[in-house]
Design a protein around this ligand. Structure first.
Ligand code: 13P
Length: 244
């Protein structure tokens, strides 16, 4: 844990219908006394309804992607301003699933982050190596290059969060060793444009491993996929962060 703000962020990915807002409401109740930041990023279809469901609580709402432009002929896309208008305060950008499924490059991520900042959103910029890159000893090179290339001018603690998510740890139940997480987070910290930017770890974070991950010096929170879908699991992760 560093001096940066603590944040537990849930990424619902392409999961969630209106009936699942009950989980967001339950989380809001269980987190009422927590002092760390708590964020849920549902699919775009639920942002506005979730923002209403958790209004007045600790739980903040975010998007999972935005377009780099403010408006225009981009069928199916959503601008940062639209996310903000729907009640979002954050947006996840450059997730490895978007980099893989939509061929997003770090330069695209930087342009989207610039758009997010202009709309008053905090950009959660995701970085992470493949298993082959780790096996080849390239982890720090890959992650630091992504950091350099994915952040726009003006990225600072007030508008940017970094999430380190090793691709091979996402949804697999496998996590790096605590030493491996520490190595990457230490390297990220000294290469940030502003050292108070929060650094999240993501990839198979669960109630059972959250406390040991949050005890690592430069880990300020987590970006959680599967375990964020149920309030009981995510609430336990938030409690572990709050206690760290
Ligand atoms: P899991 O927590 O399901 O491994 O997903 C991590 C992730 O990709 C969050 O963005």
């Amino acid at each position: 844990m560093s001096d940066a703000c603590k944040l537990a962020a849930g990424n619902w990915k392409m999961n969630g219908l209106r009936a699942d807002l009950i989980e967001a409401r339950a989380l809001a109740e269980s987190c009422a006394a927590m002092s760390c930041g708590v964020l849920l990023c549902p699919p775009a279809t639920l942002i506005s309804a979730m923002a209403e469901a958790v209004a007045g609580s600790k739980v903040m709402v975010g998007g999972q992607d935005c377009h780099a432009n403010v408006s225009g002929a981009h069928t199916g896309d959503i601008s940062a301003q639209m996310l903000a208008d729907s009640g979002a305060r954050y947006v996840i950008l450059g997730h490895s699933e978007r980099r893989a499924d939509h061929a997003e490059q770090s330069a695209d991520v930087a342009a989207k982050a610039q758009a997010a900042h202009s709309a008053g959103l905090v950009a959660i910029v995701c970085l992470g190596e493949t298993e082959a890159e780790r096996d080849a000893g390239q982890t720090l090179d890959v992650v630091l290059r992504q950091l350099r290339e994915s952040l726009p001018e003006g990225a600072a603690a007030a508008n940017t969060v970094i999430a380190y998510e090793p691709i091979w740890a996402i949804g697999t139940g496998r996590t790096p060793t605590l030493e491996q997480i520490a190595e990457v987070h230490d390297a990220l910290r000294v290469n940030l444009p502003e050292s108070a930017i929060s650094l999240l770890y993501g990839g198979s974070v669960k109630p059972g491993n959250a406390a040991e991950i949050f005890a690592i010096a430069n880990v300020d929170g987590a970006l959680v996929g599967g375990a964020s879908l149920k309030a009981a699991d995510f609430g336990a992760i938030v409690a572990a962060l709050d206690a760290a």
